[in-house]
Design a protein around this ligand. Structure first.
Ligand code: PLP
Length: 341
């Protein structure tokens, strides 16, 4: 009896630590699938920002990705992976905006409908993006229960296939293609700093980057007012928060059962920053790199400039840092208010 228990436990543990919903092969397959449709986004650098941070920084500008955010990579991979029969039903999701727009665009390219559920508080530029790509918009209240209820109703009416925003192997694999490009563009990168919310992007990036260079460090950047991933890492299990309070509207979701094991095993640390640090980073990107980015896209720079990172001896050897600038969809008033703060 005892022997049986031990052997089952060890098999489960082995499965848990070595098998994820994506791997380097699925990331490479995703890239073959989406390469002709996504932009190979540019990498910017600036000696002024290097001086301010004391490191060499490289910015992978996914704000220039189609639909204005990295999300198009995963959405495109998921939509192109559907069989013709599945695709004929259309796709659906609930999202704060960037995944929704990306899914609408991917569906439009495949010639199928997208039924999108967005919370009422979603930034108007993100809702406009969904409509620009012919997504059918359904509004929900600003909580997960309402979003899921509205989406379930949509699914009953349409039979559309649900494409989650992050907790899905196809999504993680698509987002992981950022690593393939970035490490080819700048092979000397020793550390990647990646925003985290549902964890789909960092999971895909970590799996691919560590397969290419096992010594690379993967650091997540998260708002203090939505620090569920940092709390989950500390507790060793998924923690969901009762309240979220951050300007970064793309970083308010929680980890899922597919993204969590990767974050637990392959993400070296999670750096949390205050909203004022995110705003400062947005301003620096505008003034020095001359790019417009949304708060969620600025958090990587905010993390690198934070005292938590700068003063931690564990990160003193991070010399060539790749920062994923994840998106540029920001409402004009939020942007100008931030610049004037
Ligand atoms: C601009 C931006 N950055 C980062 C993220 C976080 O991505 P993930 O949910 O895959 O962790 C999101 C998610 O919506 C986003 O829109």
């Amino acid at each position: 009896m005892v022997i049986l228990t031990i052997s089952i436990t060890s098999i489960e543990m082995e499965g848990e630590t070595t098998k994820y919903a994506a791997d380097i092969s699925s990331v490479k397959e995703a890239y073959d699938r989406i390469k002709s449709l996504v932009h190979r986004t540019p990498v910017l650098s600036s000696t002024s920002l290097d001086d301010i941070s004391g490191r060499k920084l490289y910015f992978k500008c996914e704000n220039f990705q189609k639909s204005g955010a990295f999300k198009f990579r995963g959405a495109c991979n998921a939509v192109l992976s559907l069989t013709d029969e599945e695709a004929s039903k259309g796709v659906t999701t609930h999202s704060s905006g960037n995944h929704a727009a990306a899914l609408s665009l991917a569906a439009k390219i495949r010639g199928i409908p997208a039924f999108i559920v967005v919370p009422k508080s979603a930034p108007s530029c993100k809702v406009e993006n969904i409509k620009r790509y012919d997504g059918n918009v359904n509004l929900a209240e600003d909580n997960m229960q309402s979003r899921e209820e509205v989406m379930n109703k949509v699914r009953q009416e349409t039979s559309a296939i649900y494409i989650p925003s992050s907790n899905d192997g196809r999504i993680m694999s698509g987002q992981g293609t950022i690593s393939l490009e970035f490490l080819e563009q700048i092979p000397q990168i020793d550390t990647l700093v990646v925003p985290i919310s549902g964890g789909g992007m960092i999971a895909g990036i970590a799996i691919a980057a560590k397969a290419i260079n096992p010594a690379i460090r993967i650091l997540a950047a998260e708002p203090k007012g939505a620090d569920d991933a940092a709390q989950s890492k500390a507790a060793g299990r998924i923690i969901k928060l009762q309240e979220i309070n951050t300007i970064a509207d793309g970083l308010r979701a929680f980890l899922g059962d597919h993204t969590w094991p990767v974050v637990r095993d392959l993400v070296d640390d999670i750096i949390t920053v205050e909203d004022f640090e995110i705003i400062k980073a947005m301003k620096l990107c505008f003034k020095i790199l001359k790019i417009v980015i949304e708060p969620s896209g600025a958090i990587g720079l905010a993390a690198v400039l934070s005292e938590t990172f700068q003063k931690n001896p564990a990160w003193k050897d991070c010399k060539h840092i790749g920062i994923v600038v994840s998106g540029g969809n920001v409402d004009m008033d939020v942007f100008w208010e931030s610049l004037n703060k």
